[in-house]
Design a protein around this ligand. Structure first.
Ligand SMILES: *[C@@H]1O[C@H](CO)[C@@H](O)[C@H](O)[C@H]1NC(C)=O
Ligand SMILES: *[C@@H]1O[C@H](CO)[C@@H](O)[C@H](O)[C@H]1NC(C)=O
Length: 391
């Protein structure tokens, strides 16, 4: 009892510097209050983000180098060599797409937005990634940071072959690197690395395409002319892109809106950044995959947002005359197989995602491969060479 009284006394008889100063301006007291509430709020948001983002990692079996049949490796390599040796026919992929999706595929979309792009107003009707609703000033601000691209450069473009290199674990051990490097345009996705995997995936990168959360934290594309193509999936992605172009820090406030850690910098020149034209996303989602039109939801996403992989494949039809895919396809019948060539996450991790419609995408890409419009170099979508003993 005595002790308690002493404690209470200690509290009541606080030293002068602990007592709120009567002479302290009210505004100051108010600012301090707001500052404290701000700190508590920030800590709360960070804790909440951590809880939402935390997932117990699921590890795949350790990768055994020898688990691939060398005969199969040879067949795949021969198939890719054959694709590279065939005559390249100018515009063939666009002509083929127009035939296969008659009336739906628009053969003349410009894949990237530049200062000079004349924007169709319909682009401002939809929210990202389908358009830039309410984001016209942000788009113009970013575009104004890009330097002028050389104009009137008359070049006779040779027939170009694109390969879109996906992240699939299927690439491991096939040793396609030296063959993939022979394509004219090599498109890589998100943070799929090159450095320690070049034997399987090659060394060159013409385009790296990603959204903020997917972008490499460590940049290992060394081609001096590599382009970074940003896919704007949400409003705050513009702020991130601006920070990347101007080499400034992303504000703490913006950082709260990302669902995963984002890259802090991308070491390329402003002239190497591009913004994907959202018309490509609309074309992919609504016209080709025939997913339901986008609608606004408070929490979560409809399954109507295509993956970067399928968007990049459609983008490639506008950039190149022929398109091949490598490292595409998830084999969900092998839950323990590695999902990606560069990490040990298991295939079954794919089941828990709700944003993308993986089955629809796979069927769509398979229909393109079966029709001979694009080639599947690694057979994960539709294998045209798997049944052959030799090629
Ligand atoms: C694709 O285009 C090429 C060249 O225009 C043509 O020879 C081929 O038959 C077309 N294939 C399909 C499936 O439309
Ligand atoms: C804008 O896009 C819509 C729908 O794709 C099209 O009907 C219209 O002609 C376009 N307008 C212009 C000016 O290109």
């Amino acid at each position: 009892m005595r002790l308690r009284q002493t404690t209470l006394n200690a509290v009541w008889n606080r030293k002068p510097y602990e007592v709120p100063n009567k002479n302290m301006p009210r505004a100051m007291v108010l600012y301090r209050g707001i500052f404290r509430i701000g700190i508590v709020f920030t800590v709360f948001i960070i804790t909440l983000r951590w809880f939402i983002l935390y997932k117990a990692p699921s590890e795949s079996r350790p990768w055994e180098q020898n688990s691939i049949d060398p005969n199969y490796v040879e067949i795949v390599q021969k198939f890719v060599s054959k694709v590279l040796q065939q005559e390249c026919i100018p515009s063939s992929v666009r002509k083929n797409m127009s035939v296969l999706f008659s009336g739906k595929y628009k053969p003349y979309i410009l894949p990237f937005l530049t200062k000079d792009t004349i924007l169709n107003d319909t682009i401002f009707q939809y929210f990202p990634p389908f358009g830039f609703n309410n984001l016209q000033h942000k788009l113009e601000e970013i575009l104004s940071l890009f330097p002028d691209l050389p104009k009137n450069k008359v070049t006779v473009e040779p027939c170009k072959r694109c390969v879109v290199v996906g992240s699939g674990g299927i690439l491991r051990g096939l040793e396609l690197g030296h063959l993939l490097d022979q394509f004219d345009v090599i498109i890589r996705l998100n943070n799929a690395p090159v450095k320690d995997f070049s034997k399987d995936v090659g060394t060159r990168t013409t385009i790296r395409m990603s959204y903020p959360e997917g972008s490499p934290k460590i940049w290992d594309d060394f081609d001096p002319d590599v382009l970074f193509v940003a896919v704007i999936y949400k409003r705050v992605d513009f702020n991130w892109l601006k920070a990347m172009v101007t080499k400034e820090q992303l504000s703490l406030f913006d950082w709260i809106f990302f669902w995963q850690e984002v890259a802090g910098s991308i070491p390329i020149k402003p002239s190497q950044f591009r913004i994907l034209n959202p018309e490509i996303v609309i074309q992919t989602a609504m016209d080709l995959l025939q997913l339901p039109p986008p609608r606004w939801k408070l929490w979560g996403q409809d399954q109507n947002v295509p993956t970067v992989g399928v968007i990049a494949s459609i983008m490639a039809t506008y950039l190149c005359d022929e398109v091949s895919l490598a490292g595409f396809g998830y084999d969900l019948s092998q839950p323990e197989a590695p999902l990606h060539y560069y990490e040990s996450t298991r295939m079954d991790a794919m089941k828990s995602q709700t944003m993308h419609n993986v089955d629809t995408e796979r069927q769509f890409l398979a229909s393109l491969v079966k029709a001979g419009v694009i080639k599947d170099l690694t057979g994960g979508i539709h294998c045209t060479f798997c049944k052959m003993k030799t090629l």
